[in-house]
Write a protein that binds this ligand. Structure first.
Ligand SMILES: O=C[C@H](O)COP(=O)(O)O
Length: 254
């Protein structure tokens, strides 16, 4: 029996869209979104688009998120984004540990853990991404690998913090490739992540934490993925770039 956690359908726009496109997108969806209590919806946009996203989303059901931030609030860190300022702007969520940041920008679990703490210190919620490469999966080490990421990334976080955050399982081999993990493969890993949280904290925390699947989620497969017991949402790249497609994902229950 699926425990009812509020589902969260989130778009991760990556390095796509400018402020004008952001405003147009939000205006196209904002009156047709599901009620927050039914399905929470979120767009995570590039830092340069956040003022437009926040302005356009005002008064709507849409939550607003950043794709990354730094772990220091201020100082001599050229080019970084302050979590303190993101909070002042009205940001709700920040994605951390996406495989593109781990891979292209060499972010370590230690960096990601510091970011998680900085995000909580600034009254926002992290969406912590984890996931294995194809090589790791084929070596039969996917669960062990993801468990290692979760343990390192959650180090020092309180039970209350973990209960209120989101974890996104994104197998690297399924991102932007059109190759989706089967709903059963996604469920298997999300269940393993929940068990890791139960081992690190307790069953109450594990029952509360929301776990998303990400990797080629689209309107055609979202319903099946969301039917799984341990999957509470989707973190969606490509299919979240068009208003129609995002609305179909948000209304997967209809
Ligand atoms: O954060 C989103 C993921 O990287 C998934 O991207 P995708 O839906 O384009 O495969």
């Amino acid at each position: 029996m699926k425990i009812m956690r509020t589902p969260i359908i989130a778009g991760n726009w990556k390095l796509n869209k400018n402020p004008q496109e952001t405003t147009e997108f939000v205006n196209a969806i904002k009156n047709d979104l599901p009620k927050n209590t039914d399905v929470e919806t979120l767009i995570c946009a590039p830092a340069v688009d956040l003022p437009a996203l926040i302005e356009a989303a005002k008064g709507s059901e849409l939550h607003v998120g950043a794709e990354n931030c730094y772990f220091e609030d201020e100082g001599a860190y050229t080019g970084e984004t302050s979590p303190k300022v993101l909070n002042e702007m009205g940001i709700d969520y920040v994605i951390i540990g996406h495989s593109e940041r781990r891979g292209y920008f060499h972010e370590t679990d230690e960096d990601i853990n510091k970011k998680a703490k900085a995000i909580f210190a600034n009254n926002m919620k992290p969406i912590l991404c984890c996931g294995e490469s194809l090589e790791t999966r084929e070596a039969g080490k996917a669960e062990e690998f993801v468990e290692g990421q979760i343990k390192a990334d959650l180090e020092g976080l309180s039970a209350d913090q973990v209960s209120n955050m989101v974890i996104a399982y994104e197998p690297i081999w399924a991102i932007g490739t059109g190759k989706t993990a089967t709903a059963d493969q996604a469920e298997e890993m999300c269940a393993a992540i929940r068990k890791t949280v139960a081992d690190l904290y307790d069953e109450t925390v594990a029952d509360k934490v929301r776990i998303q699947y990400g990797g080629s989620v689209k309107p055609a497969n979202v319903k099946e993925i969301m039917s799984k017991e341990n999957i509470d949402g989707g973190l969606i790249g490509g299919a979240a770039l068009q208003p129609d497609s995002f609305l179909q994902l948000a209304h997967y229950k209809d």
